[in-house]
Design a protein. Sequence first.
Length: 269
Amino acid sequence: MSKIKLALVGCGGMGTRHLYGMRELLASPFNNIEPVAVCDIRLENAELAASEAETLFGYKPAVFTDMEAMAVAIPDLDAVSVVTDPSVHHTVVCRALELGWHVMVEKPMAITVGACRMMIDTAARHSRILSVAENYRRDPSARLIHHILEKEWIGKPYLAWCHALGGGNTIFITPWRHMKDKGGPILDMGVHYTDLIRYQLGDIAEVYGDARLLEKLRYKPESIGDQYTFYQNRHRAMEESVPATAEDVSVALFRMESGIMVNWIMGRG
């Protein structure tokens, strides 16, 4: 079986996590990829990712700072994993599709519905596959809940709650997650939970909601959690405080097409 020649585009903390995911795939029975390149507009990020990849894969992938050069150097590249910040997903993804590559893009797909549709239309126009790296629904516990609800083993649900709360005024992983023009923390994490709601309860018919910014200044945390070790370099370079512009709390009521009501609260403030 021929392997998929794959490149990583965007070599920040989450991009590094994708390298670890590639290593798991390479070690599995579904080993059908060949990571051949990393690309980031910051050469330092790309070099760091390439060095990490060398440790993980046993060889160092090619390093690039723009996709055009990568397309020339690797004409048989099949696909890219796009892990830039969400505000430029549509720009990077559309160009990658135009270059003839299949694309997997990190969630959130984009920061506007219009940008998402642009990506979908571009993929269709160039007959390329476009997928979104939304992982929560693939968790075994989420799949179990889906099966239980589908079989109605606990009866038919009429009301559900989705509450995800984390207080404090510290920076959540990286400063850009608190910027309105990057999407903000509610979009960054909220896409996980809305996808779970749709996976387990069906499509949403109607929404009432409100969102607000509570913590207008965010401070560098003393340390970063073990689950975010991939962001250690970002933590060291972080400023002591950053002004926040994106909403950090939201409250909503969803009415599902099935009639189920969902009470939603998400807060990072």
